[in-house]
Ligand binder design. Structure first.
Ligand code: 6R9
Length: 656
């Protein structure tokens, strides 16, 4: 574990954290698993044949001629094939005799609920598809969707998919200018929205934001409005109400097949800088990989599982693992409209108990929040239905993983840490719950059919025990096809750092067994006395202290070491802030990772700045650590957080 000599290593990231805990798959789960270890060998023997078998799980109107056409970095999958995504997600299950099966148990934040069977979903999607056609939306047209987490959101997405219109879902927390720029970039014809949704106990308006955005977007012909909260809204000439136009449509609609490479949706990612990128996903490859990974990674048994992904549908996790993957597999899912603390901090566990949820997929940020709120809250609920737990969005700290296993999974449920991105469309690196002996904090291995590696800055594969850049070396079915309207930016952003390899922008390491650990965005890596140290490892070391619930670290300019590590920590519910906490934590990190990783400064803060999808925004913390005025906070979930943190500065506990 001794740090390498500065300057001599070719690897890009130090490997500091040691983790020896292992969790083998439960025997009964392994014995009945959808996917076994054989899948790795099968995919290694013939990768394209493996993906062909995955594609054959879907219903094709016309089978493809060529599995992959690869004109690097542009791919086409299942070329010549035709299928309809909405048919696969809905009609197929009704025709198979499962019309009465529940597709979605929907729970509103105020406690209202709706149950939609596959037959109900078919009627609703057909009516919405007919309404879109009446509104002049046709194949290839773009539809912006700006909605709360209500059933009309997946219904709208499926209606677009059905008629071959391209949806662009914009997260309901974004501002009018963010919505406007996304409408403009995609040149959308229609916006689908709602008067508002419920958040933190109150109706929260959406329609005024749409009105503001579309005042300047001449491409928008209509705004289709669902009434959710019945709050008062301005009504403009181009507005059409869902109740008026959708409800009077026929519930019959013939789903025409679309080309396998027909665009399915655009989803914008902001990244760290610049104009948002419109990530483009297409039809056949995307549905193949979302459906297969949902079947494999969550071991979904459509007849007995109740599956809940807590993400917002406005993010890729919701697209792939609330809408397309689960529906293609005929799953029964739960959708929840609101926040985990409304009306009380046990709301998630109340839902697990109420719906007897068997598979739960959530984010490390949520898990750390639950740790902070205290173990006693989940302990009040019956969680015995759970059998698999998933994590996505950020590296999961080993301590958060172990807490999740113990306090939510009662040591019975494997935890699958799933690495992927908006750009990859579907899960790429993850344990398989019936195969892998999990290590807390590790995403373990690329899934069968995925070829990923860790390379040094020259693009050479690092040996086991080494750290560097994560890359994907072969095309995969659900990969982004381009950035909407900007092929050159697609090439520059993802394919120019390493020749012939996809570079996602994340750091990673291979441990002694060759298993993969994600180490955060390479933009966040700290350079301390010549060592590249990942934020993830230091944060995980801090979270492994019994008093710490959450931590964020950044590198701040330092006259002696180049950069020095500055840590922001949130204490657990039970922990008291004491005078020696900073010394304690600094020593704890030094003991866990080595003296090189010892933070210069520890700040105890009440909150951390996060994006609306829960990722920590270290850029803003760097501003605080370097005493600059804080930069652009428009993508923060709560813009007041930075004031709370800055107030803590004078009392900064620094030692040397
Ligand atoms: C699905 C999603 C992608 C970025 C990605 C990485 C981080 C996601 C992770 C993870 C470590 C995991 N990320 N899952 N890091 N372990 N299991 O989150 O998509 O919003 O596009 O973010 O999130 O940094 O590059 P997206």
């Amino acid at each position: 574990m001794a740090p390498e000599t500065p300057g001599t290593e070719t690897q890009a990231l130090s490997n500091l954290l040691q983790e020896n805990r292992r969790f083998a798959p439960p025997a009964n789960l392994a014995a009945a698993a959808n996917v076994t270890a054989a899948a790795y060998d099968e995919a290694a023997a013939d990768r394209l044949a493996f993906w062909e078998r995955a594609a054959d799980r879907l219903t094709w109107a016309k089978r493809w001629d060529t599995t992959l056409e690869w004109n690097a970095p542009f791919s086409k999958w299942f070329v010549g094939g035709q299928l309809n995504v909405a048919y696969n997600c809905v009609d197929h299950h009704v025709e198979a005799g499962n019309g009465d099966k529940v597709a979605y148990f929907w729970e509103g934040e105020p406690g209202d609920s709706r149950t939609l069977t596959y037959a109900d979903l078919q009627c609703e999607v057909n009516k919405a598809a007919n309404a879109l056609t009446e509104l002049g939306v046709g194949q290839g047209d773009r539809v912006a969707i700006y909605m709360p987490m209500i059933p009309e959101l997946p219904i709208s997405m499926l209606a677009c998919a059905r008629i071959g219109a391209i949806h662009s879902v914009v997260f309901g927390g974004f501002s009018a200018s963010a919505l406007q720029s996304r409408i403009e970039d995609a040149d959308a014809k229609l916006v689908i929205t709602a008067d508002g949704g419920y958040r933190r106990g109150n109706p929260s308006a959406l329609k005024p934001t749409v009105d503001e955005a579309v005042a300047n977007t001449p491409s928008i012909q209509h705004v289709l409005v669902v009434k959710r909260t019945n709050q008062e809204i301005a009504v403009n000439e181009r507005d059409v109400f869902w109740d008026d136009i959708v409800e009077r449509q026929s519930d019959q609609h013939v789903a025409e097949p679309h080309d396998a490479e027909h665009p399915l949706y655009i989803l914008y990612t902001s990244g760290t800088t610049g104009k948002p990128k419109g990530i483009l996903h297409t039809t056949g490859g995307y549905l193949t990989q979302t459906a297969w990974t949902h079947h494999a990674v969550f071991d979904l048994k459509p007849d007995s599982d109740i599956y809940w992904c807590t993400a917002d549908i406005g993010w890729v996790t919701g697209h792939s693992y609330i809408v397309y993957g689960p529906l293609a597999n005929g799953a029964t899912s739960v959708i929840y409209e609101g926040t985990p603390d409304t009306p009380h901090r046990g709301r998630f566990w109340e839902l697990v108990q109420k719906y007897k949820i068997t598979i739960l997929y959530t984010a490390p940020t949520a898990i750390r929040t639950f740790m902070k709120w205290g173990d006693d809250i989940p302990a009040k609920y019956d969680m015995s239905s759970l059998r698999i737990l998933g994590s996505v969005g950020e590296p999961i700290n080993p301590e958060a993983y172990v807490w999740y296993r113990e306090h939510i999974g009662h040591d019975r449920c494997p935890v699958v840490d799933t690495w992927w991105q908006t750009e990859t469309g579907a899960i790429m690196i993850s344990p398989l719950p019936g195969v892998t002996s999990g290590k807390p904090g590790a995403a373990m291995k690329p899934l069968p059919g995925i070829v990923a590696d860790v390379v040094d800055d020259q693009g050479n594969s690092v040996p086991n025990g080494g750290g560097g850049f994560l890359v994907v070396k072969e095309p995969w079915p659900s990969m982004l096809r381009t950035i909407w309207g900007d092929d050159q930016r697609y090439i520059d952003t993802y394919w120019s750092r390493f020749d012939g390899m996809y570079f996602p922008g994340d750091g990673a390491k291979k441990d002694e067994d060759g298993d993969l650990w994600l180490l955060g965005r390479v933009d966040d890596v700290m350079l301390v006395s010549g060592h590249n140290i990942s934020t993830t490892e230091v944060e995980s070391a801090l979270v492994s202290h019994p008093k710490v619930a959450e931590a964020a670290v950044v590198g701040a300019t330092d006259p002696v070491t180049g950069q020095a590590i500055v840590s922001f920590v949130i204490l657990r519910g039970t922990a008291e802030e004491s005078d020696d906490i900073a010394t304690d934590l600094r020593n704890h990190v030094a003991k866990t990772l080595g003296p090189i990783a010892k933070p210069r400064q520890i700040l105890v803060v009440p909150e951390l700045p996060k994006t609306r999808s829960g990722k920590i925004m270290r850029r803003l913390l760097r501003d605080v650590a370097e005493n600059r005025s804080v930069g652009d906070v428009t993508t923060l979930a709560d813009s007041t957080v930075m004031n709370l943190i800055s107030e803590k500065l004078p009392s900064a506990k620094s030692e040397d």
